[in-house]
Each structure stands twice: as C-alpha cells, then as structure tokens.
Design a protein around this ligand. Sequence first.
Ligand code: 5RP
Length: 262
Amino acid sequence: MAARPNPIDMAKYVSARRALDYVQDGMRIGLGTGSTAAWMVRALGEMVRQDGLKVTGVPTSSRTAELARQCGVPVATLEDAKWLDLTIDGADEFDTDLSLVKGGGGALLQEKIVATASDMMVVITDASKQVDHLGAFPLPVEVIPFGWQTTKALIEESLIGMDVAGRSVTLRLNRDAPFRTDEGNLILDLHLRRIGNPRQLSLVLNQIPGVVENGLFLDICDVVVVGASDGTVEVRDINTGTVTHETVDIREDDNLFVDIAD
Ligand SMILES: O=C(CO)[C@H](O)[C@H](O)COP(=O)(O)O
C-alpha cells in the first residue's frame, strides 16, 4: 500500500515529476545528486520500467549511479555520452537570475561538469531554496588535499576584498573525519551570508592553486521547477522569461511512495 509522503517529500516529488516532462525518448540525461534528484531518478526509473522509455543517464555521483542502477535507469559515463540533452538536478539556493549555489551534498564538481555539458539544465527544488541574494547557504569549494591549509588561507585572503557579509571558512567533516568527494578531494565551506558579486567571486576562487571548483552555477540553469506540498509547481524559464503555475498530475500507478529509502 502506498504511503502518503510527508509535505517536504511531496514538494520534491512534484518538482521532479514536472521536470521529467522535458524528457524524450532517446535522450542522454545528466542525473543530479541529493534528496530531490533522488526522487527524479526513482520516477525516471518508473518511466523506463513501466513505459519502456529509452534513455541513458549520466550520474553526477557514485550515490546517484547506485540509485539509478537500482531503479533500472541505464547509466553511462560522460566520457561515453560526451554531450547530453538535459540535466536535472537539485540546488541549495537559487535567485531570480536562476544563479545557483550547489554542492551541499558534496557532488558539485561532477554536477557542474555534467550540467555544462548539457543542452539544458532543469533544477528541481522547493520555495525554501529561493533567495534574493546568494550566500545564506555556505558556499562549497572543492580543493585537493595537498596543502589544503595553504589553499584555505589563500581563500580567506581573497575574501578580504570581496563584497560578502561573512568570511569564515571551515573544512567539511563527515563525523570526525574530513569529508571526501568522489574524487578524493576535500570541501571547504565558505560562510559568506551574502554574495554581492557571484561572478567575480567565482573567477577569483577558481584562480587559487588547489581549488578544483566552486559551487556557484552561473548562466548554467535554464529552468527552475519549484515544487509545493499541495501538488503544484511554479516553473521559471530564464530563456522565455516566463513563470507558470501548474498542478502536477500524479500517476495513479505510482509506486514511488512504497519502501522509500533515501
Ligand atoms: O548540490 C547538491 C549536491 O551536491 C544538491 O543538489 C543540493 O545539495 C540539494 O540537495 P537536496 O535536494 O537534498 O536538498
């Protein structure tokens, strides 16, 4: 018997379902990472298994790759797929320009490579992630382990001249040990509170030796689907400049709420 999802999961689920309207047979699709993206992977798996949809998924993390396989979504590497039709992923923050902060789950590097290699990026989210200015969510920066304290000091120094409201930088931990990305790198979280000039910050950070990538996604996202717990979505399209409000048709045969394992 399908359990009724809690309101948070419902909002994630409807945004994921609506984003899958962009999927067509034969597409190569970037599969994002995180709890919202996981709903999308499960729903995509249903479309593959129940409707015979033929797609190839390119996962943005080992976690997503495992989930995709469990759900029956055929997976390939970006090396094999080369270029993608669409990427669907979550975000930690988005603003009115559809600029994003990502990397709360630590997968920002693969996420940015995959989204950039896609004709279209659709972000699935809920209204709690919407901000006037990016920066309330700590900005993740992936750095290589070699000399990371020096890299951290250089980042702190670079923040002195920046239009930001906070400047503390912390090493992300997984319990008591440093968090490791799929590439074996570390994450530094920048507690900036408000980022006045995201473009400048992104350029400055990526010039520091030891920095691999930062979590600012600028001019990458095309559409944000904002899900709500009442089953409605707001769809913002930066290319057409449109904002539409819709009710998502939840499938009668939807088994997604059975045995949810996040
Ligand atoms: O960037 C990410 C992972 O690196 C996620 O997309 C982001 O953290 C949002 O996750 P969730 O959907 O669980 O809130």
